[in-house]
Design a protein around this ligand. Structure first.
Ligand code: ADP
Length: 480
């Protein structure tokens, strides 16, 4: 062995950073590696939305925003219904009951969130917090800061190449082979290896093998490192995988390049505020409160390319949904169009090209759609698409200026992955725990079922990372 630690964490996204922090603060000499030159992975470019049924600031916010407080039971139910009952309920309970602990840890260490709690697609309780800039990087920054105050060692540009498993005795995981700028090294793990290597949305061969329609011409929101080889290395030493073909598209990415930027988060957090989605003809095509898989499919079947989110000044003025920086930044980048009337907004939409394509939306059609929707908001019911409208919370689109954001589906999250126990122990194909191997975050399967609800990814990664770190360091699950 070239190096020896108690715990090795592979991957420096939400899951790995949470695991390393927990292991290091529980007495383990900890190494965290990432193959990329920076920490953060997809977590860095994620939308910064976090579902938690409560938090240390929840009481104040619910009162101030006049919202009905949430319950853990409702969060569990929505997550399982949203995943078509294919979730492992034990893992869902971990996510839901562990979510407030990690959010509070972040808030205690300087995380700033907006004055809002939203109800995005598939969530029927108000439980989604948005970081101040609407990006996961806000959370990664706090995780990096608190990790720096521990004794953990961070190695970047360091790739796991192989996992070592004993072939005799209890067949424990004993370490990994890494590739660094100085060549290969063997690193021993006295207590455990934690895999937090993320998903495989950016690995076209791997995703096409699971879902043949997800070819190279469908873009991804993911960073280039989301290539899934950690998963394959785990399979090589006997790990089981589950639900590998459940791959989610993000319905609201930039239609030109598939990127999920700060603008692309607005359509997602917006449904409970009253944002309306329209197709190339200016007509609604889906219940905006629906889950991501439903919204993506509806867009693909809308008959044109792309679709748009429409909102008015009321939603901007309400605050909490869209930050000033997000709005001005989005307009400068020509990701958000702004006009005084809906007719002019349609003209702006038509003046742009989308992957070289042009459309011809009629201003009158867009205005008719929005007027009809305004009526539904006032009446508190949506006879067309059956969207749940909370009267007094959802806003109309009557006051200019008006805004539009072009949007289109992009490969986003691989729900399947390594099979783990509720203690994050990786299991083999017979359901037996592989001693010394833990996994957390997008590399695992079973938490989200067929479809992950937005804002459930960070609590999943952070909570299971925390459990994995605690388990590897102490052999026990954490108590919150
Ligand atoms: P999660 O949200 O589950 O934490 P992320 O995608 O945010 O997932 O983070 C996973 C991290 O793991 C990324 O930063 C990625 O670069 C890193 N990673 C993936 N495979 C390897 C590997 N073989 N060796 C080292 N790091 C890896």
């Amino acid at each position: 062995w070239d190096l020896t630690y108690d715990v090795i964490v592979v991957g420096g996204g939400f899951a790995g950073l949470a695991a390393a922090y927990e292991a290091a603060t529980n007495g383990a000499n900890t190494l965290i590696i990432d193959k990329m030159p920076v920490l953060g992975g997809n977590s860095q470019i994620n939308g910064g939305v976090y579902a938690s049924y409560t938090s240390k600031i929840a009481d104040d916010l619910y009162k101030k925003l006049n919202l009905t407080p949430d319950t853990p039971e409702k969060h569990i139910e929505d997550t399982i219904v949203g995943g078509d009952y294919m979730n492992d309920p034990k893992l869902v309970r971990n996510l839901v009951y562990g979510a407030p602990h990690f959010l509070n840890l972040m808030l205690d260490n300087g995380l700033q969130v907006r004055e809002s709690i939203t109800r995005p697609g598939g969530h029927y309780g108000y439980r989604t917090y948005t970081t101040i800039n609407g990006v996961g990087a806000d959370i990664v920054a706090v995780q990096k800061k608190i990790l720096a105050n521990t004794s953990a060692t961070v190695m970047l540009n360091t790739k796991m190449e192989q996992i070592y498993r004993e072939t005799t005795g209890e067949q424990r995981i004993v370490g990994i082979k890494i590739k660094t700028d100085e060549g290969y090294k063997n690193v021993k793990a006295e207590k455990g290896v934690i895999l937090a290597t993320g998903g495989f949305s950016a690995n076209i061969d791997m995703r096409v093998k699971q879902v043949p329609s997800l070819t190279a011409d469908i873009p991804t929101t993911n960073h280039v490192g989301a290539t899934g080889e950690g998963l394959i290395m785990a399979q090589e030493i006997g790990a089981n995988t589950m639900q590998m073909s459940y791959i989610q598209l993000y319905p609201f990415a930039d239609p030109n390049n598939g990127v999920l930027d700060a603008t692309a988060v607005i359509p997602f957090s917006g449904p409970s505020s009253g944002i309306v989605y329209v197709d190339y003809e200016g007509k609604r095509y889906v219940n905006e409160g629906e889950r991501r898989d439903v919204c993506s499919r509806a867009a693909q079947e809308s008959g044109g390319f792309p679709t748009f989110s429409i909102f008015g000044q009321e939603i901007v003025d309400k605050g909490g949904f869209i930050s000033e920086a997000q709005l001005t930044g989005g307009m400068e980048a020509e990701r958000i169009f702004k006009a005084d009337t809906l007719e002019e907004l349609a003209e702006m939409i038509n003046a742009h090209t989308y992957k070289g394509n042009k459309i011809n939306m009629q201003g009158a059609a867009l205005a008719e759609t929005i007027n009809k929707h305004n009526g539904y908001v006032k009446a508190g019911s949506d006879p067309e698409f059956n969207k749940r409208i909370d009267k007094g919370i959802m806003l109309t689109i009557e006051k200019g200026p008006y805004y539009a954001i072009p949007q289109w589906p992009s490969v986003h999250h691989t729900m399947g992955g390594l099979t783990i126990s509720e203690k994050t122990e990786v299991q083999d194909i017979w359901g037996k725990v592989i001693p010394g191997l833990y996994a957390a975050g997008e590399v695992t399967g079973g938490v989200h079922g067929t479809n992950r609800l937005g804002s459930n990814a960070i609590p999943d990664a952070a909570v299971h990372g925390t459990i994995a770190g605690h388990m590897a360091a102490t052999g026990k699950v954490p108590e919150y």
